[in-house]
Design a protein around this ligand. Structure first.
Ligand code: G3I
Ligand code: 9MR
Ligand code: ZN
Length: 410
């Protein structure tokens, strides 16, 4: 395994750091240093610096950030644990005094293709959502069980108290006049389950396990993405040394999903564990690779590792485009990612995984150019095609976890 690859993939996430001066090939002074208007009030969040820019844009979003943090923490690699703290420490600033967590911190609109310090429009803290609050509780509790620090555990419990006080979903939709990423989640049961499992692992308090049992859904292992966090609840249980009854179900759920993924991969011409291609399909591939590696760890069955490797092979070139989807790696790789620092500097930042084919034609370029194409062909290495050629921290984190799992067990 090429450790230059995992280093570059992690380095991209470090280069997405907000609120600090960056040196190197994509340098910029500290960005987004000011206060943020708390939407719907005339109050401000005075210190909201830190965290990662989400993607090709400079928004900071709690929900997908939580997924990225979990993948870095689960990778177990020391430098990735440090990187995860950069986001965790920012997330702490997104919590209200009643435990609720603001959904995101962005401007009203996306900036042009400029470096981050050039985005100087007003920053806004968007309203609290239960998805963001439950994700926050989950990552903070899992971090507390790794780092043994109360400064993560207490905020996790405060967020949980907020969730108990608000048993119905508080959804998030962009407020009037705001067009940045919405990350709208119509179901928060999986996030609440994740929070319950993580808090159980951090505290051993059976209250949380009782809650987790009541929220459990047998489909959690079959779902993924930033809006389906149930799988991370199962993984917390498996990775901790706790042995509640549910743990054995968790392992069985993962093994049964792994068997399903092997079949799905067999039916795909490139042995990718994909049946459809959605926005960020490449992350579905790397997430499924990670699940297959979890199944290999549980069972020792070589077949799962073999199929996990095929997922990375797809990302590295065994795909319809016959190209590597990671900038700077492979003979042919994306040159025009939808990534503002790359565009502003006139060169692609290395180590970034692009979203990949999206059959739903979700940007003007795709609508114009992909009509009638096979789903796997709906990709273009074009700046304008943000639904297929953007990058994000959570896609890179998922890829990073897959590479490190293969390195450690391969
Ligand atoms: O859940 C439905 C599914 O039932 C349906 O079959 C399928 C087909 O349309 O859609 C699924 O929902 C999709 C959702 O992601 C969950 O996968 C939406 O169509 C799709 O539009 C949505 O895409 C998200 C996109 O933002 C638009 O909201 C991507 O996951 C997400 O990665 C992307 O994130 C953007 C941020 O908004 C802004 N920053 C950049 C970032 C990366 O492109
Ligand atoms: O650059 C934006 C990208 O990060 C988002 O994922 C995408 C979808 O929300 O939107 C991009 O911004 C475009 C905007 O939606 C429409 N005007 C052009 C912007 C840059 O292509
Ligand atoms: Zn910034």
């Amino acid at each position: 395994m090429d450790s230059d690859l995992s280093d570059a993939v992690l380095k991209m996430i470090t280069a997405q750091r907000c609120g600090t001066q960056l040196t190197g090939d994509f340098p910029h002074p500290a960005c987004h240093a000011g206060r943020a208007l708390i939407w719907g009030t005339d109050g401000y969040l005075k210190d909201c610096t830190g965290g990662w820019h989400d993607a090709g844009d400079y928004g900071r979003y709690v929900v997908p950030g939580a997924k990225a943090v979990m993948d870095l923490l689960l990778s177990g690699r020391a430098d990735a644990l440090d990187e995860a703290r950069w986001e965790l420490d920012w997330m702490l600033k997104m919590q209200n005094s009643d435990g609720g967590v603001y959904h995101k911190l962005t401007c009203r609109d996306f900036p042009g293709f400029v470096m981050p310090d050039q985005e100087t429009e007003e920053l806004i803290a968007s309203p609290v959502s239960t998805a963001a609050t439950a994700d926050f509780a989950g990552v903070m509790a899992f971090a507390a069980s790794i780092f043994h620090e109360k400064r993560y555990l207490v905020p996790a419990m405060m967020a949980y108290v907020f969730l108990i006080a608000n048993p119905s979903i508080i959804p998030f939709f962009n407020p009037e006049g705001m067009v940045t990423g919405e990350y709208s989640d119509s179901c928060d049961k999986d996030e609440r389950f994740f929070a319950s499992c993580a808090l159980y692992c951090a505290t051993s308090n059976p209250y949380f396990m009782k809650k987790a049992r009541s929220l459990y859904d047998m489909d959690f292992a079959s779902q993924g993405d930033w809006d389906c966090m149930g799988i991370y609840g199962l993984l917390c249980l498996i990775h901790s040394r706790k042995r509640p009854d549910l743990k054995w179900n968790a392992k069985a759920d993962i093994l049964s999903r792994a068997d399903e993924l092997v079949c799905i991969a067999e039916l795909n011409p490139f042995k990718a564990a994909l049946s459809t291609y959605r926005w960020g399909s490449n992350m579905e591939v790397t997430d499924n690779g990670c699940l297959l590696m979890e199944a290999f760890r549980i069972s020792g069955k070589e077949k799962y590792r073999e199929y996990a490797k095929k997922q990375l092979d797809y990302i590295l070139g065994n795909n319809a485009q016959k190209m590597s989807f990671i900038t700077g790696f492979g003979e042919k790789s994306p040159l025009h990612p939808h990534h503002r620092p790359s565009e502003a500097m006139g060169k692609p930042m290395p180590g970034m995984m692009v979203g990949g084919p999206d059959q739903h034609l979700q940007d003007p370029y795709a609508l114009e150019n992909f009509k009638g194409l096979e789903p796997c062909m709906c990709y273009a290495d074009e700046l304008a095609s943000y639904s297929t050629n953007e990058v994000s921290v959570y896609w890179n984190a998922s890829l990073f976890r897959l590479i490190t799992m293969l390195e450690n067990n391969g």
